[in-house]
Design a protein around this ligand. Structure first.
Ligand code: SAM
Length: 308
């Protein structure tokens, strides 16, 4: 495999120079499908550089390394305690989502995990092939909890016919996702609004052709309510891309999913058929781990006739 060039080459060189322990995971992510990885990374990094300006490289790599390190420590505590550290949404909101500095760093870090973490790169491939490619023409997409905006902006940049409305509870998300949309040149088809996802239950029924909801469900005390919202706003026959974390700790993960079937059942209980799913884990985990951290992605379809 040739060495990465361009902006990705700069990221790999910076990791090698300042955070060599973090380079191996990124190389593993690239090795799955180098051409797709390079194309995905170059696009994400181009938007990142435009959004953040000259200091993009050091500040973003620092945020990524800090976020990845925090996740490893959270997982180690979870291994010891057998439970996530927090179970209160109010606490996560007060200490993380509403704290501009904390959340900005967190979201820039998560943005890079979309391709630098091997299991997230696998989910990115699933998103591109199994959700985005079959999306119908002129789809209206609702994105719930866009965070950094990387998923929805990827969708709108790849498909000039679609538009997107995003809702997140964090002011950082609204600012960062808007800056990424602007950098990608899709602001005219994308809006972001500060709102609790659970308040979207008041949105008109069957108003979205598609929903993107990535890594929110484990942040909620009652994930069932989120699936009710998605089932309500999706048009019959409409599709959703939903991801969630299982036995994977993080400062703001409060609902512990243990089995893939739990997410599938939640979708089914709210009128959605799981067309395809993918459950992936990092290639290396803590020694003697009891819990295998996984990320699961689902492509679901809103049933039109009861059960299909
Ligand atoms: C881990 S980030 C996920 C970001 C992005 N979707 C991704 O997949 O990388 C979780 C996001 O959920 C948002 N969030 C948490 N609780 C929420 C709620 N009740 N309503 C809306 N957004 C929420 C946070 O502000 C944050 O942006």
């Amino acid at each position: 495999m040739s060495e990465p060039t361009g902006l990705l080459g700069e990221v790999f060189a910076d990791l090698a120079a300042r955070h060599p322990a973090s380079l191996r995971g990124a190389q593993e992510a690239r090795a799955i499908e180098p051409a797709r990885f390079d194309a995905t990374a170059e696009r994400y990094l181009g938007w990142l550089r435009k959004a953040r300006g000259d200091a993009w490289l050091t500040s973003s790599v620092n945020a990524y390394v800090q976020f990845s390190t925090d996740v490893i420590f959270a997982q180690a505590d979870y291994e010891d305690d057998g439970a996530y550290a927090h179970d209160s949404f109010a606490k996560a909101h007060a200490e993380v989502y509403s704290q501009r500095h904390v959340m900005d760093e967190y979201l820039w870090g998560v943005y890079l995990t979309n391709f630098l973490w091997v299991h997230h790169m696998e989910i990115m491939r699933f998103f591109q092939d199994r959700f985005l490619a079959p999306l119908p023409a002129n789809a209206h997409i609702v994105e719930i909890a866009p965070g950094h905006g990387g998923w929805g902006v990827w969708a709108t940049a790849s498909r000039p016919d679609v538009d997107l409305e995003g809702f997140d509870i964090s002011p950082s998300s609204i600012a960062i996702a808007s800056s990424i949309a602007n950098a990608a040149g899709v602001s005219d088809r994308v809006t972001y609004t500060l709102r609790n996802a659970l308040d979207l239950a008041v949105m008109p029924e069957a108003s979205a052709d598609a929903v993107i909801c990535s890594f929110l469900v484990e942040h909620l005390e009652q994930p069932d309510q989120l699936f009710a919202v998605i089932g309500r706003i999706l048009k019959p026959g409409g599709t959703a891309f939903i991801t969630g974390a299982l036995t994977a700790a993080q400062v703001d993960h409060i609902y512990e999913f243990r089995r893939e079937s739990e997410l599938i059942v939640l979708a089914e209980q709210h009128g959605m058929r799981v067309r395809e799913s993918l459950s992936v884990s990092p290639q290396r985990i803590l020694p003697k781990a009891k819990f295998l951290p996984r990320s699961m992605a689902m492509a679901v379809t809103r049933c039109a006739h009861g059960f299909w």
